[in-house]
Design a protein around this ligand. Sequence first.
Ligand code: PEP
Length: 251
Amino acid sequence: MRRPLVAGNWKMHGTRASVAELINGLREQVLSADVDVAVFPSCLHIVQVLDGLRGANVEVGAQDCAVDPMQGALTGEVAASQLQDAGCSLVLVGHSERRLLLGETDAEVVRKFAAVQSCGLIPLLCVGETLEQREAGKTLAVVGAQLASVIEALGIDVFVRAVVAYEPVWAIGSGLTASPEQAQEVHAAIRAQLAEQNVEVACAVRVLYGGSVKAANAVELFGMPDIDGGLVGGASLNADEFGAICRAAGS
Ligand code: PEP
């Protein structure tokens, strides 16, 4: 039985004041004991959030890291070892905004995935297709290739300590959500691809759905057999809405 995870990606949002408000709002939420919850603030606010959420049963992660795991001469980057030292437990890897807007390649995603794990942190690998790719019938091929780049470079066993998020690019921040059936089809394909290498690993890995998840659509999405929770962007900036999404993942 996989334990659901709901993760909030705060992206490049927040000031010290608004983050403090969000922390207070999150602390007021009644969270289900059977759902894992994590938030991913901007790097600048990670320490504030770690301090503010101490004892609240909410993990704190980073939205990205450098390809090299250890600190060194690389201006502007943050190493996974530094994130581990700060107290993070997870790192997003390969978010579509980084792949498409910043040109992050599969090869870089693989290196970041490995860097995160080498520091004892959990990578949350994001995969997903653009609208053009979906309309061309290429969804499963695109997502399959993104996943394959990690499996081929690092092996299947790395997924014992990783999370995958299926995030159709056309559904991110657009208000459009994949239907539960559309999402389930891709989640099942991701699990089947992992199962070709190792059935046990495939059955255990959590595959989250991301793309305009809200309290209003979360129950239906999380009710699908291969959807193990959500990666939530915009709605995670509202503590009450995010709390409701987390509760929707509970039994
Ligand atoms: C995301 O950025 O990972 C995301 C899913 O965003 P949103 O929920 O706003 O679509």
